[in-house]
Design a protein around this ligand. Structure first.
Ligand code: NAP
Ligand code: MG
Length: 398
């Protein structure tokens, strides 16, 4: 069989622990036999990040700007324990944070829906994609504990020294206070990424905040979305037959529960953090959740939503058999290959991505799956496969 050729490389970001093991297996059994893989390889494994003083992460993000499409393996975000375990020079920052800061994107997370893994919400038939704004709000806040009675104000000092004040609270006893911010440019990027992704995937877009209570902060998000929609996207949405609508966050939550899915739900940073965990667990498993970072200028970085599955890795190192679910990592590859195919007009590559996804879903639906899915499936007598045999079962179908 002649292998599928690629004209432009994909940026390949290798990672850590169990997902690094899966990465190699996926390439060996599912990709390399069929495609002349053309990737620009960056090793984001923690050891190599440490050796390069994390320059490799920056380089991989810049390469993504150049080639527009990247696929990333899960990586360790070091904490104190990891600094010791890997003898690190520094507690390096989260690679995802670094990449996001360079690409200025929005993260879209969508569950992979298969028969036999039923959502807890019985009317959900199609995936619900969460678009999470990845800048500011409570994640870049300033906080104070107020020890005793006193006045707290917000003070804005303009370049010319002019001050504007807003009373937060006149404390009569101890309490707490928090200041947060966002930037209009970041909100606008968020909005454009959401509108582009909705057009790309031909799904309706919902956006929700609490603008009735937060009349300046949240209202600014609502206004920026509406202005950009009216000026740049209204026509395109009409042509694509999709809808953008804004509603209050509490109304959105109620509607989501009663919906059948099949749309994108754009959330502010905190709402997206919380709601994406709710959506993924209600759809079945974190191991069945894909994630793509989309930048406003059209760069795409695909990955699994889960981490490096450390517990399984230690079992693997101890020589024990593992049954780690590779589906989200496979879909990270298919997402990247399909996008590469679309951008290059490479139909063979796009068709391959579709076929690999179908082979993966068919394998599970026929009853062959990893342990995490076997525990929650409604199929009777599922066959539990180990990490490698599951990938080989997909390869056989492919
Ligand atoms: P995790 O790797 O997502 O794993 C948490 C648990 O979820 C696992 O122990 C496992 O449960 C289950 N699980 C997750 N993915 C699975 C899969 N593919 N197949 C089967 N089970 C799966 O999260 P973590 O243990 O909190 O984090 C480990 C490392 O990943 C950390 O160093 C963290 O920094 C990093 N991380 C990276 C990313 C990223 O690169 N995007 C995201 C999150 C975390 P059982 O043990 O019960 O089987
Ligand atoms: Mg979270």
């Amino acid at each position: 069989m002649e292998k599928i050729k690629m004209t432009t490389p994909i940026v390949e970001m290798d990672g850590d622990e169990m997902t690094r093991i899966l990465w190699k297996m996926i390439k060996e059994h599912l990709l390399e036999p069929f495609i002349e893989l053309n990737t620009e390889y960056y090793d984001l494994g923690l050891e190599h990040r440490n050796e390069t003083n994390d320059q490799v992460t920056v380089d991989s993000a810049n390469a993504t700007k150049k080639y527009k499409v990247a696929v990333k393996c899960a990586t360790i975000t070091p904490n104190a324990a990891r600094v010791e375990e890997y003898n690190l020079k520094e507690m390096w920052k989260s690679p995802n944070g670094t990449i996001r800061a360079i690409l200025d994107g929005t993260v879209f997370r969508a569950p992979i829906v298969v028969k036999g893994i039923e959502p807890c919400v019985k009317n959900w038939k199609k995936p619900i994609t969460i678009a999470r704004h990845a800048y500011g709000d409570v994640y870049k806040n300033a906080e104070m504990k107020i020890p005793e009675a006193g006045r707290v104000e917000l003070v804005y000092t303009a370049r010319d020294g002019a001050k504007t004040r807003e009373l937060v609270h006149e404390f009569t006893g101890p309490g707490v206070v928090q200041g947060m911010h966002n930037i209009s440019q970041s909100i606008a990027s968020f909005a454009r990424s959401c509108f582009n992704y909705a057009l790309d995937t031909r799904q309706d877009l919902w956006f929700a905040t609490k603008d009735t209570i937060s009349k300046k902060y949240d209202h600014t998000f609502k206004d920026i979305f509406q202005e950009i929609y009216d000026a740049e996207y209204a026509e395109k949405f009409k042509e694509a037959g999709i809808v953008y609508f804004y509603t209050l966050i509490d109304d959105a939550v109620a509607r989501v529960m009663k919906s059948e899915g099949g749309y994108i739900w754009a959330c502010k940073n905190y709402d997206g953090d919380v709601m994406s965990d709710m959506i993924s667990s209600a759809f079945g498993s974190l191991a069945m959740m894909t994630s793509v970072l989309v930048s406003p200028d059209g760069c795409y970085e695909y990955e699994a939503a889960h981490g490096t599955v450390q517990r399984h890795y230690y079992k693997h190192l101890a020589g024990e058999e593992t049954s780690t679910n590779s589906v989200a990592t496979i879909f990270a590859w298919t997402g990247a290959l399909r996008k590469r195919g679309e951008l290059d007009g490479n139909q063979a590559l796009t068709a391959f991505a579709d076929r690999l996804e179908k082979a993966t879903i068919d394998t599970i639906e026929s009853g062959e799956m990893t342990k995490d899915l076997a525990l929650i499936t409604s199929l009777e007598n599922p066959t539990v496969l180990n990490s490698e045999d599951f990938i080989k079962a997909i390869a056989k179908r492919l």
